[in-house]
Design a protein. Structure first.
Length: 123
């Protein structure tokens, strides 16, 4: 929420006022003016959430162990179950590689976006 509030503060009020003068209702102003300007913030928020969900093993395991009917099971808890309860270490190591590739993909996307925003702000 803090990131979205900071993103909303960077939006030029003149563009919103121009859309209002052009006859756009509040939903159209949000959809066509505000939301496109928040796309970089949205990408950062999604990347941070995915990275955090990929590393949130301990809380889920301590509270529910993937519990009732696998409703809270994550890829990391599934990998732990496969490795140490089913003793299928090859499959578990393949799952860990998938977790690392997913995390790296989102981290690289996040860093590329952050670097491009930094270059745009310095120019």
């Amino acid at each position: 929420m803090v990131l979205f509030i900071a993103g909303l503060k960077t939006i030029d009020p003149a563009t919103i006022e121009a859309a209002r003068v052009d006859g756009a209702n509040s939903f159209q102003r949000f959809r066509y003016v505000v939301f496109p300007q928040l796309s970089s913030v949205t990408l950062v928020v999604v990347a941070v959430i995915v990275i955090d969900s990929l590393r949130s093993f301990d809380i889920i395991w301590a509270m529910t162990r993937g519990g009732p009917f696998n409703s809270t099971e994550l890829l990391s808890t599934y990998m732990f179950t496969v490795a140490f309860q089913q003793r299928a270490l090859g499959y578990a190591s393949a799952l860990s590689v998938v977790i690392v590739v997913l995390a790296l993909g989102f981290i690289i996307t996040y860093l590329n976006r952050a670097i491009s925003q930094e270059k745009n702000s310095t120019e």
